[in-house]
Design a protein around this ligand. Structure first.
Ligand code: XIL
Length: 346
């Protein structure tokens, strides 16, 4: 039984993991209970699963995670109230069943916007009312800035402009109360122009009184990208806005993006790659610990190397070839060099 990460970081920040429900049991569950103080759903709290049809809420799986968190005294992050992926189509269909788009007719545009914002409000209100006593932090909106900077041109944005963001935060505050911690979450928050555009958006919204409490840096990173300096600068930048900082989806891929060349199987990954990864984790956690006045929670986007969404990208880009290994526990749920690097006091 190796020392618990939760204990190691108890004076610094919560340590969390994203989970699928099957991982609440067995070896994953044991690791979760021993090493972590926080948990988040990898999928089951996203709009697609929570409200697959209008007005038909599916609480079953979300409830199971909530119960587990309560039973084992884990913090719970809610991911995510609003997103452009894993959102059911019906949100964007008008009363006739046609896809709503950006309209030239201002009256039609206004009608679509009203309908979509009403659906958004109902979704946020219903979820927040149900779980407000269980959830410690809410990802209210996810990935609203485009990779190249500027607003991401999603259906949400085309139909409502940035009002969907404001409405989401205001509704979460209204039904979650003053204690609800409301986060805006995104990836590549270290990289310009995306970083500064996100900063400007948040600043503008704060100035307008939109209740944003925290910034979630996803931190899907690689062995030497972004640089440690870029990671530090970005955390400090958002911290200066007075926001709370969460690292929400940490994983350290062995590959670039798109992931090529790839090690075909786990056994093909040379020890040297794990050592390089351990150095990266060491560098990273030294930084995170030094910034623990800003950072209150740090979540890995998974538990062990046997289950990582990064492997889906091999399907997408590489004919299914390639195994990634982003975590501090290996495919057999044993500690890796990265674990010792994270736990090191040096
Ligand atoms: C991913 C899940 O890990 C996958 O299982 C699913 O198929 C797609 O979504 N950024 C996010 C997360 O905010 O919700 C994504 O999770 C990973 C990228």
């Amino acid at each position: 039984d190796v020392d618990s990460m939760e204990k190691q970081f108890e004076d610094s920040f919560d340590i969390g993991a994203a989970v699928e429900l099957y991982q609440l049991e067995g070896e994953h569950g044991e690791i979760l209970k021993h090493h972590y103080s926080s948990v988040v759903a990898e999928n089951v709290m996203k709009p697609l699963y929570i409200q697959p049809e209008e007005g038909e809420f599916n609480w079953e799986e979300a409830d199971q995670l909530v119960e587990f968190a309560n039973e084992h005294d884990l913090e719970l992050r809610y991911h995510t109230l609003i997103w452009h992926n894993q959102v059911p189509e019906w949100f964007f269909l008008d009363e006739e069943g046609n896809e709503m788009v950006e309209e030239e007719d201002p009256e039609q545009q206004e009608a679509n916007k009203e309908l979509l914002l009403e659906r958004l409000e109902t979704h946020v209100k219903t979820v927040v009312e149900r779980y407000k006593d269980d959830v410690d932090a809410w990802d209210v909106v996810n990935e609203v800035i485009d990779d190249g900077g500027g607003m991401r041109e999603t259906e949400w944005y085309q139909i409502t402009g940035d009002e969907y963001i404001k409405t989401a935060f205001h509704t979460a505050r209204e039904y979650g109360g003053e204690d609800a911690k409301l986060f805006i979450n995104d990836y590549n928050t270290e990289i310009n122009p995306k970083r500064d555009d996100l900063y400007d958006l948040v600043k503008e919204m704060l100035d307008e009184g939109v209740p944003i409490d925290g910034i979630g840096h996803q931190a899907h990173i690689q062995l030497d990208w972004p640089t440690i300096g870029e990671i530090e600068e970005s955390i400090l930048l958002f911290d200066e806005l007075g926001l709370e900082t969460h690292i929400t989806e940490l994983d350290v891929s062995l590959y670039g993006y798109p992931p090529e060349p790839a090690f075909e199987t786990y056994e093909d990954i040379p020890e040297e790659a794990f050592e390089r990864q351990a150095e990266r984790y060491h560098q990273l956690f030294s930084l995170y610990k030094s910034l623990d006045d800003a950072i209150t929670s740090l979540t890995f986007w998974g538990i062990a190397d046997d289950h990582t969404w990064l492997d889906d990208r091999a399907e997408e880009f590489n004919d299914g070839v390639g195994k990634d290994a982003p975590f501090v526990f290996d495919v057999d749920k044993k500690v890796k060099p990265a674990y010792w690097a994270v736990m090191s006091d040096e």
